[in-house]
Design a protein around this ligand. Sequence first.
Ligand SMILES: NC(=O)c1ccc[n+]([C@@H]2O[C@H](COP(=O)([O-])OP(=O)(O)OC[C@H]3O[C@@H](n4cnc5c(N)ncnc54)[C@H](O)[C@@H]3O)[C@@H](O)[C@H]2O)c1
Length: 351
Amino acid sequence: MLNLGIIGFGGMASSHVKDLENYERLHVKGVFDVDAKRCAVAQEKGLKAYASQEALFSDPSIDIILVATTNEVHKELSIEAMKAGKHVICEKPVTLNSQELLEIMEASKKYGKVFTINQNRRTNKDFVLMKRNVEQGLLGDVYVIESRVEGSRGMPTGWRTIKALGGGMMLDWGVHLIDQLMYMMDEKVVSVYCKMYHIQYDEVDDNFRLIMTFESGVTAHVEVSTNNYITHPRWYVLGKQGTLQIDDWDCDGKIVRCIDTENIWEDEIVYTKAGPTKVMAPRNANSTETLVLSEPLDVVDDLTVVYDGLIDAIEGKAALKITPEQAMRVMKVMEAAFVSHESNSVLNVNI
Ligand SMILES: NC(=O)c1ccc[n+]([C@@H]2O[C@H](COP(=O)([O-])OP(=O)(O)OC[C@H]3O[C@@H](n4cnc5c(N)ncnc54)[C@H](O)[C@@H]3O)[C@@H](O)[C@H]2O)c1
């Protein structure tokens, strides 16, 4: 069994500890946090609290370091940990920009250590449900994927509202939604347009709307909002033969598919409450079928999946699943999104 040491013992680090409680491949040994109160919380949970970063990184019994601090120190701490001979799992967003990630990638090569990123939302059940149905061809050729995460409570105070600490919703949630789409699509992104909003905070984006176009022409609409009192569905996907909607993280949803091959139009115009129309006339109910979607119970969605990928790579059993190269592409899309917003233009990219 390998030993894990944690630097930065806040909310997310506690979530790692919880998921690793009964995990047989890794033992959580101890933590270091610059905040003494957080070290005390770790001790209450039966973990060792190291006196300093150096004390944690120089413990020879520790094999892997989890970097779960605020984002502005991810680069520095990841490199220091690898220099000290540890493999590293770093929380998302991996860094503040692509240059910082490049430095981590160079350090990983130089010190011969495995570096992965906690892009844990690839196993979220709503995402897996959408991906499976699209890949089974139930919608025909897909041309639009809309992915949204929306809250109405604004952003929590603290580092998420401070630019220099890596705040803002693009780096916080955008990184997950973009990673899911790039993991699924296996295609280059060729254009990016983004509009960001500052509803509550001037310093960071607290809402954004992003359109990414993939090489095949598929467009992804990605939206993260913090003040939507009425929400859209989590997923809305258009294919040539059908439409998929998944309402929420509970995975309630449906696919409506066209089974009318002849598609015969009435000659007469149809009168609706909004006036006469032919194009928008309601469909005959018998011309579609509805498939009800529900939570995929076979999917394991906890952090042990990410750790399995890391430990398999460390032990040489399999190639690393969440790679710095993948994180680099996501980072470049986010960087393009900021430039697009600032210049109010569509950027042609090759990512
Ligand atoms: N993967 C996910 O689903 C997910 C969810 C939430 C947060 N996160 C990520 O986890 C990280 C932490 O977020 P959080 O919500 O736990 O924040 P948090 O504020 O609760 O915790 C951060 C902790 O890091 C400590 N810290 C800061 N600089 C340090 C340093 N140099 N050395 C040691 N400790 C230091 C702080 O004192 C604090 O206790 C962020 O990168 C965030 O984006 C990921």
